[in-house]
Design a protein around this ligand. Structure first.
Ligand code: CP
Ligand code: NVA
Length: 317
């Protein structure tokens, strides 16, 4: 029996829907502390957490899709916590030549202490988690992007205090990031109004899940209605990695652009967030993304701090 590397207890980080509200809160609050520690030390490129809490840990980072923020923030996170990372492109691995995800999971479990996966399909992530003997982290799939939305919640709270009871508006494609925001609205007890065209709504079962779990999540086709009185307006690219119908998407999603007119409906001190990369002039105008409401650079940097907290949570630290 090949269980010599069984390293339980550990926790997978697959989706926010699988977390309890107090676990999600613990991750956010620890990220705030980790950020303070790093900032106090100047968090220069050589920063290493004084306790080196992951000194004996290694992370395999597997990418089936491109990445800038996720790749750099995870690699720097484990490094700054005292551990090491190996970055693997799916196409350079035997995975790209047909080795199964489950066999890959078994093999990686013998070499490293955790696996981070950015997968083309959510099924691959689940297959990895079912067969790995180490924690598996969702670094984006076609279904969800939980690490991103945890960084978004952290960013919101840094600027505006507790997110509980606040109104968050989403305008655009009901994509993977929108799905994780629906999960987050339930976990953190905020109101979420999503404005999406009927062609690109979030999956019905996710909206049902929110309803069944007491979430204040509503769907509209009217971006002005979503933005009205919002504490934060969020959007994302209209063409996610793997989408092939670009022309159709641009035409259908055009009325959902976040521009100055849409922002005017929100609160005067409303934030603007975008996970990046942005397609300026499509889902958001330069005026908004570079304007006074935008917190996109803090949001990107916070990927580093939240990633550390997620890694520690996975290892039960
Ligand atoms: N927001 C985000 O996940 O960015 P990358 O695709 O660059 O990792
Ligand atoms: N929805 C986007 C997010 C990129 C970070 C995508 O999946 O491409």
């Amino acid at each position: 029996m090949n269980d010599f590397k069984l390293k339980k207890p550990f926790r997978h980080f697959l989706d926010l829907a699988a977390l309890k509200p107090d676990e999600a809160r613990e991750i956010i609050d620890k990220a705030k502390i980790l950020k303070t520690t790093a900032t106090e030390k100047g968090h220069g490129k050589g920063f290493i957490h004084p306790d080196r809490p992951l000194a004996d840990k290694s992370l395999a980072m597997v990418f089936e899709k491109p990445s800038t923020r996720t790749r750099v923030s995870f690699e720097m996170s484990i490094h700054q916590l005292g551990g090491t990372a190996i970055v693997l492109q799916g196409n350079d691995m035997q995975l790209g030549r047909g080795e199964t995800v489950s066999d890959t999971a078994q093999v990686l479990s013998g070499f490293v202490d955790a696996v981070m996966l950015r997968a083309d399909s959510h099924e691959s992530l689940l297959e990895m988690s079912e067969n790995a003997k180490v924690p598996v982290i969702n670094a984006l799939t076609d279904f969800s992007h939980p690490c991103q939305v945890m960084a978004d919640v952290l960013t919101f709270e840094e600027h505006r205090g507790p997110i509980k009871g606040k109104k968050i508006a989403w305008s655009g494609d009901g994509n993977n990031v929108a799905v994780s925001w629906i999960h987050a609205a339930v976990l953190f007890d905020c109101e979420l109004v999503l404005a999406c065209p009927k062609e690109f709504c979030p999956p019905t079962q996710v909206l049902e899940w929110a309803k069944n779990n007491g979430g204040k999540v509503t769907l509209t086709h009217d971006p002005d209605q979503a933005a009205l009185g919002a504490d934060c307006i969020i959007t994302d690219t209209w063409i996610s990695m793997g989408d092939t119908d670009a022309d159709e998407r641009i035409a259908i999603l055009a009325p959902y652009q976040v521009n100055k007119k849409l922002m005017r409906g929100a609160k005067d001190d409303s934030l603007f967030m975008h996970c990046l990369p942005a397609h300026r002039g499509e889902e958001v105008t330069d005026e908004v993304i570079d304007g006074p409401h935008s917190v996109i650079w803090d949001e990107a940097e916070n990927r580093l701090h939240i990633q550390k907290s997620i890694l520690l949570w996975c290892f039960g630290k």
